[in-house]
Design a protein around this ligand. Structure first.
Ligand code: FES
Ligand code: FES
Length: 160
């Protein structure tokens, strides 16, 4: 097996990071193992469940599918970077209040997908919410409470 490593420079949750890693190491593993940001979860490991979702240059991506080389010079936001203070971000608060999280495995990805959706649509329709979260699977909530949480978050004007 090759022991090739490459130097990566990127920004994670507003902080500049430089590290060495095998170029094909998954961004999900770099976040969790090298940077100890364990909010992004591994569900399927093959781009189907969205539990590893993060924002890369403003796009919602599955970090299990991104080789770290591709993240060089990128701006990354993980769930740890969503709440700027010790208080929950309004989207997180709405998930809490509406029962949009049960086991929590899908929740970091759902919150980031909601963040991405509300940047696009300030007041999304139910269909737009369903489409916006279609890459994020949840085994627990039945989705209705998640959709309610997203609608509640939109009403807070969080996207403005
Ligand atoms: S773990 Fe990445 S999409 Fe499922
Ligand atoms: S809350 Fe358990 S998978 Fe969504």
């Amino acid at each position: 097996m090759s022991d090739l490593v490459t130097q990566i420079h990127f920004t994670v949750n507003g902080e500049s990071k430089v590290l060495k890693a095998p170029p094909m190491k998954r961004l999900l593993d770099v976040l969790r193992e090298d940077l100890h940001l364990t909010g992004a979860k591994e569900g399927c490991g093959e781009g189907e469940c969205g539990s590893c979702s993060i924002l890369m240059n403003g796009d919602l991506v599955n970090s299990c599918l991104i080789p770290i080389l591709q993240a060089n010079e990128a701006q990354i936001t993980t769930i740890e970077g969503v709440a700027i203070t010790e208080q929950l971000h309004p989207i997180q608060q709405c998930f809490l209040e509406n029962g949009g999280a049960q086991c929590g495995i899908c929740t970091p990805g759902m919150i980031l997908a909601t963040h991405h959706l509300l940047k696009k649509y300030k007041n999304p329709s139910l269909l737009q919410i369903q489409e916006g979260l279609s890459g994020n699977l949840c085994r627990c909530t039945g989705y209705i409470r998640i959709f309610n949480a997203v609608q509640a978050a939109a009403l807070t004007g969080v996207a403005e």
